[in-house]
Design a protein around this ligand. Structure first.
Ligand SMILES: Nc1ncnc2c1ncn2[C@@H]1O[C@H](COP(=O)(O)OP(=O)(O)O)[C@@H](O)[C@H]1O
Ligand SMILES: [Mg+2]
Length: 238
């Protein structure tokens, strides 16, 4: 479904990605782990078109998306929940969700969008209870749920999640990880999850990747990465 080949990216003279390759098959749950500064966000941004890579290929559902605008990429069914959530802080919860469904050029019937709001409310009941609350006044965990709900409103085939557990209390972390598994299994949404919380991310994953200073150093089934000695030493504190 997603094929990244030999991707490099620069910020000015600094090279953040060095020929990175990664594959995500349809329906799978893939986790990418790596330390702070490894290049995880850069990779997700290059996939979703927020920044342009200096070389390499990105294809999604067989289409080369390397030169497409972010809007066109979202329209194809690839949606990113960015690091730090980036909600419309001054708008109500419901308005944030509605804006997630607004994809220029898609033109969906309102009934379809209302049906999706109901689905998101079923996944995160707190968003229904707080439908009129201004997003910026939600707790950190609620904001993350809203960011995920907003992404689901775009009806993604592939959901990219950039460190969704960052700054959240353990209870919230467990809750959102449970939801990711549910979205993947019940709705068939393919997931590429980027995390520093390596144990939780690999436990959920069909397949995992390890990024170190801009290079992909390891990949394999989630369970086998959990047992890998190098992974344990570097990322699992063991
Ligand atoms: N806008 C930017 N300008 C210059 N350097 C950047 C910028 N964004 C990220 N970098 C650098 O690129 C590298 C990878 O960053 P990033 O992709 O954010 O890593 P991660 O998400 O894994 O923490 C880091 O060395 C970081 O300092
Ligand atoms: Mg990051």
């Amino acid at each position: 479904m997603l094929e990244v080949q030999n991707l490099s990216a620069h910020y000015g003279a600094i090279q953040a990605l060095h020929g990175v390759s990664l594959t995500v098959e349809e329906g799978k749950f893939v986790s990418l782990i790596g330390a702070n500064g490894a290049g995880k966000s850069t990779l997700l941004k290059a996939i979703s078109g927020v920044i342009s890579a200096s070389s390499g290929q990105v294809s999604f559902m067989g289409e080369d998306i390397g030169r497409l605008s972010p809007v066109k990429i979202v329209r194809l069914g690839l949606c990113q929940v960015p690091e730090g959530r980036q909600l419309f802080a001054h708008l109500a919860v419901r308005d944030n969700l509605m804006l997630g469904a607004y994809i220029p050029g898609r033109g969906e019937p309102k009934s379809e969008i209302m049906r999706r709001i109901d689905q998101v409310h079923a996944i995160f009941p707190v968003l229904e209870r707080r439908t009129k609350q201004i997003a910026g006044t939600l707790s950190g965990g609620e904001q993350q749920m809203l960011a995920i709900g907003r992404a689901l409103m775009s009806k993604p085939k592939l959901l990219l999640l950039d460190e969704p557990s960052m700054g959240l209390a353990p209870l919230f972390v467990r809750e959102i990880f449970r939801v990711f598994k549910q979205i993947n299994q019940d709705q068939g949404t393919t997931i590429l999850l980027v995390e520093q919380n390596a144990r939780a991310a690999l436990q959920l994953a069909d397949h995992g990747y390890v990024l170190e200073t801009g290079r992909m150093v390891l990949e394999g089934p989630g369970q086998s990465l959990l047992k890998n000695e190098d992974v344990q030493k570097a990322y699992l504190g063991g």
